[in-house]
Write a protein that binds this ligand. Structure first.
Ligand code: CA
Length: 224
């Protein structure tokens, strides 16, 4: 699971990242609002821990901007004071949960588990786009009466594309999320798996295609 921490208090941010890694989550940190929005906008996080008071864009603005872009990743907002107005603004702007500093890390971890589990029940067991349904526990892809099994990398690529239908996903992002940041995978590895996926979509007679925007990235499109 991938967590983004947006927090300008460097010591707290780094401590949170450390706690996440100990809980075996992958954690990225952004130390200001503009970086936070940029990272979050690449859309492949499972949860975002978002401070309210930030240099650059504040937490409310970031949450609002993400929801407007159609990014529905769960957001837990952090604030320094237990201000009811902040809480209301946070939830209005699209946050899913709220924590007042200081807090014990175990509570944050518990909230993250609760949020991602809640998502898991609703969204994560099956992803869908157009006429496709992707079973997230078996890696089976179904279109109408036909079902095909996906290899793990094909599955991961399609899962990321389905979860972010309004974003162009770059090859670099796919390499980082599917192969890992320290892998030797290159653009042509991604291209090969995209081509496997396209063949499988064709086999399924799906109306969904993987479109490429040159030098920018991939996204799913549904032809009518
Ligand atoms: Ca702050």
């Amino acid at each position: 699971m991938q967590v983004l921490i947006v927090e300008d208090e460097k010591r707290l941010a780094d401590a949170l990242a450390q706690i996440m890694r100990e809980a075996r989550y992958q954690a990225d940190v952004a130390y200001d609002g503009d970086d936070g929005l940029y990272y979050a906008g690449n859309g492949t996080y499972d949860v975002i821990v978002l401070d309210v008071m930030l240099p650059g864009k504040n937490g409310f603005e970031i949450a609002t901007a993400l929801r407007r872009k159609g990014i529905h990743v769960p957001i837990i907002m952090l604030t320094a004071r237990d201000d009811v107005r902040d809480k209301i603004s946070g939830l209005d702007s699209g946050a899913d949960d709220y924590m007042t500093k200081p807090f014990v890390p175990e509570e944050l971890l518990a909230r993250i588990r609760a949020l991602t589990r809640r998502q898991g029940e609703v969204v994560f067991e099956e992803a869908s786009f157009g006429d496709l349904k992707l079973n997230l526990s078996t890696c089976d892809l179904t279109c109408g009466a036909k079902t095909i099994h996906l290899g793990f990398k094909e599955f991961e690529i399609l899962r990321i594309l389905m979860a972010n239908p309004k974003i162009l996903i770059s090859k670099d992002t796919l390499i980082e999320k599917v192969w890992g940041a320290d892998s030797d995978a290159e653009d042509n590895n991604v291209e090969a798996y995209i081509s496997f996926l396209r063949k499988k979509l064709h086999f399924l007679n799906s109306r969904v295609t993987v479109s490429a925007v040159r030098r920018v990235g991939y996204h799913l499109e549904e032809t009518t």
